[in-house]
Design a protein around this ligand. Structure first.
Ligand SMILES: [Zn+2]
Length: 277
């Protein structure tokens, strides 16, 4: 506290009225098209009303504008990023690594630079994990070994391979999608935590191109074992769609896929509207 005070600049009125006082005020402004009210501090002369700010105050105001704006448009504020990061015991470096961005970005966002909408989404996933991912991951942490485990279970019921080398997951992803969606509908949680996108050829594992090799290589014994209820769901779906073509056709009739624009995420909250299983 004491050090802080010593850093504060003492301002005198340029017209010779002596020491100026600090005044807190609320300033209305339009920032990036959004009307915000920003609390500010400035020096004022109580005799003539002359106003002045210090460099410290200017830096604080910049941060305050950024945070007021972020709050108004529903982006995480710098303070919120710091608070959530510390709650997870993450250093700035660890968070940067988790998000695959430079540490300088984390420093800037925490310090008062406004992050983009997509970076805000990435921040929330890194900092809030499942809570934000509920509709994207169906209340489960994404697990590649579990995808492999679920596909293996399908293969054992179907008695054939559905995951092939150089696979585009055209059929495997449909089985997986039904299993995750039905599990979410009936147990409140998906099986694999996967996110699905609505593509022209049906629901598809989001970013499957980046995942496919890892799925093929994954060790399913590292995954949390399937419980009896989860196994029953997989068996039911496999029995219903004994041929790959059947699961493909059924998925194309689902309105929860049809209603999404190309490339959009199909939310798990729509699982109640499934009709095929
Ligand atoms: Zn004055």
């Amino acid at each position: 506290m004491r050090g802080n005070k010593m850093n504060e600049v003492r301002m005198n009125c340029p017209s010779g009225h002596g020491k100026m006082v600090v005044r807190k005020a609320k300033k209305r402004m339009t920032f990036r098209g959004v009307k915000i009210i920003v609390p500010i501090e400035q020096y004022i002369c109580i005799v003539c009303g002359a106003e002045a700010g210090t460099v410290n105050q200017a830096a604080r105001i910049q941060k305050t504008i950024a945070d007021t704006y972020r709050k108004a448009v529903n982006l995480l504020t710098g303070e919120e990023i710091v608070e959530k990061r510390k709650r997870l015991n993450l250093t700035q470096e660890a968070l940067a690594k988790r998000m695959n961005v430079g540490i300088a970005s984390i420093k800037r966002w925490e310090g008062g630079t406004i992050q983009s909408k997509s970076m805000d989404h990435a921040l929330r996933i890194a900092l809030e994990g499942q809570t934000v991912g509920d509709s994207c991951t169906g209340n489960r942490t994404f697990s590649i070994p579990r995808i492999k485990l679920v596909l293996k279970e399908f293969e054992s019921v179907l008695g054939k391979h559905i995951l092939k080398k150089n696979d585009k997951m055209l059929f495997a992803a449909k089985y997986l999608w039904y299993a995750d969606m039905v599990a979410h509908r009936e147990t409140g949680g998906s099986l694999t935590g996967s996110t699905y996108a609505a593509l022209p050829y049906g629901p598809q594992l989001n970013n499957y191109k980046d995942l496919i090799e890892d799925i093929i290589r994954a060790d399913e014994s590292k995954a949390e074992p399937l419980n009896p209820e989860e196994k029953r769901i997989i068996t039911r779906i496999a029995m219903k769609f004994s041929e790959e073509r059947m699961v493909y056709d059924a998925a194309h009739k689902e309105k929860i896929w049809k209603k999404q624009p190309n490339g959009a995420i199909i939310p798990y909250t729509d699982s109640v509207e499934l009709t095929g299983v």
